[in-house]
Design a binder for this molecule. Structure first.
Ligand SMILES: [Zn+2]
Length: 133
């Protein structure tokens, strides 16, 4: 796993001199055995860097509260209500469904589009709201 070198902030230099931790590359490979040769204080700085990278990646993987999979949207869609959509709306629905996930938060495109297809009294909208309740 490559991460930006903490001691030189990924620039490859410290005080105008080539960084001794990354050798001027600006990145360090945590699986490189030479990583163990790095001075303890630099390793401590890099450990913080690693945790920051890991937590950022996890944050990308864990969806927000109102994010649903399009499989859930498909399941929530009432077939009769889908059937009543215009051909244009069916095509747009198809694009939405291919996205993988949709954010059903207010103001988000996924919600705006779906709400345009299924009105407030529809079975589909009620089922979609139940997904994020
Ligand atoms: Zn460095």
């Amino acid at each position: 796993m490559l991460i930006d070198c903490g001691p030189c902030n990924g620039t490859g230099a410290v005080g105008g001199v080539s960084c001794t931790v990354c050798g001027g590359d600006g990145q360090v490979d945590l699986t490189d055995l030479n990583f163990k040769q790095i001075r303890l204080e630099d390793r401590i700085a890099l450990t913080g860097q690693v945790w920051s990278e890991i937590l950022n990646k996890l944050g990308d993987l864990v969806p927000g509260d109102n994010v649903v999979t399009t499989h859930e949207v498909l399941t929530a869609t009432d077939l009769d209500e889908y059937g009543a959509l215009s051909d244009n709306d069916k095509a747009s629905y198809g694009i939405l469904i291919s996205a993988g996930t949709l954010d059903l938060s207010e103001g988000e495109a996924g919600r705006t589009w779906l709400w345009g297809f299924f009105d407030a009294e529809s079975t589909t909208r009620a089922a979609l709201l139940a997904l994020i309740a």
